[in-house]
Design a protein around this ligand. Structure first.
Ligand code: KG4
Ligand code: ZN
Length: 343
């Protein structure tokens, strides 16, 4: 079984061919970082136009590199939400056109589900598992029971964790995109020179909050005169330390809930762009070990947005016969699960 995956929900235009044996046959990705850099963030209209200009040639490149013709695919999958709607429409319409012309199944993929299922592509992780989903728009802890079956334990009350990285990068003038810039600066910093309060310390539940931490960083920065590169590195390192500590504390609590709900569950998984952060990967490794779970985090290039994860989610859905009709409307918002747990 081979599926073509298309990703256009933010600022990466990507296409990939993946087979049912977890092999990525080809993957073409164009990052729009340069187009958005001068604005310090992703401009939706620029993103959509850029997807439109490049998607066709990236798909053609994928088929060329895999030495396959269009007819050899068994389905066409595209991110149909959540995301910037102009870009999502470009990917969804392109996939629908392929599906119609080739008379193959169309698979409307939830971008969050594509992140959530990636550890099954990379590490064959079995259901159920506990997922920490950390991206630019989301910060959630969920039990993954199966394709389309999620139980939400906690979510952010304000900023997503990736958003907090991006805003702190802006405050420190570290450049765009923010997450990798903060991580790079933090490598040269003393994480103990500054301290910030741990978000939601001692509070019940497994929700997250990052806006207070961001405000603490802002107050510190605005109170400093002649801020040096070393100051910035120290602040970035302290911020990253507190983010990791908060994610670890909340994840530890969720592990207890997960173990009660799914005694057979063995794995903690992290996915989404922030999961490419090395300090976080190490933190989660330790958190899982302390609580008797195995930690699986996909390689960094499959944590940030990519099309292989979309193709893989397509394979998972196609295997279950979960195809979609061509009148599927792209969704700017599309939650994986509604929160029904308070602990
Ligand atoms: O999953 P993703 O590529 O796109 C969304 O679906 O949002 O995640 C992007 C987010 C951005 O906020 C970016 O700054 C953050 O992930 N990010 C990182 C790192 N790489 C990307 N945050 C911290 N450390 C990183 N190395
Ligand atoms: Zn993403």
């Amino acid at each position: 079984m081979i599926v073509l995956g298309i990703e256009t929900s933010c600022d990466e235009t990507a296409a990939a061919l993946v087979d049912g044996e977890c092999r990525i046959l080809s993957h073409a990705l164009l990052s729009q970082t340069e187009a958005h850099r001068r604005y310090g963030g992703v401009v939706p209209e620029i993103a959509a136009r850029s997807h439109l200009s490049h998607l066709d040639s990236l798909i053609a490149q994928c088929f060329r590199e895999a030495k396959l013709d269009f007819d050899s695919v068994d389905g066409i999958a595209a991110t149909c939400g959540p995301g910037l709607i102009g870009g999502v429409m470009v990917g969804a319409l392109t996939a629908k056109a392929f599906a119609l012309a080739l008379d193959k199944p169309f698979l409307a993929i939830n971008h969050l589900e594509a992140h959530a299922l990636t550890p099954r592509l990379t590490n064959n992780v079995e259901f159920p598992y506990l997922l920490l989903l950390v991206s630019g728009g989301h910060c959630q802890l969920l039990a993954v029971e199966g394709v389309g079956k999620y139980k939400l334990y906690g979510t952010t009350r304000d900023d997503a964790v990736g958003e907090a990285f991006d805003k702190v990068a802006k405050l420190l003038d570290l450049g765009f995109p923010g997450g990798p810039a903060v991580e790079k600066a933090a490598l040269k910093g003393d994480a103990k020179r500054f301290d910030f309060p741990l978000p939601l310390q001692g509070q019940k539940g497994v929700d997250f909050s990052f806006s207070g931490l961001k405000t603490s960083v802002r107050h510190l920065v605005h109170g400093m005169k002649n801020i040096t590169a070393q100051d910035k590195a120290d602040i970035a390192a302290a911020f990253q330390r507190i983010v990791c500590a908060s994610l670890a504390e909340r994840t530890s609590r969720a592990i207890q809930l997960f173990k009660d709900d799914y005694p057979s569950g063995k794995t903690l998984v992290a996915a989404g762009g922030v999961a490419s952060n090395d300090a976080l990967r190490q933190t989660l490794e330790a958190t899982a070990a302390k609580n008797g779970l195995t930690c699986v985090v996909p390689p960094p290039a499959l944590c940030t947005d990519n099309a292989a994860m979309v193709a893989w989610a397509g394979i998972e859905k196609l295997r279950l016969g979960l195809t979609d009709t061509l009148d599927f409307a792209p969704r700017p918002r599309w939650p994986l699960a509604i929160q029904d747990v308070v602990a």
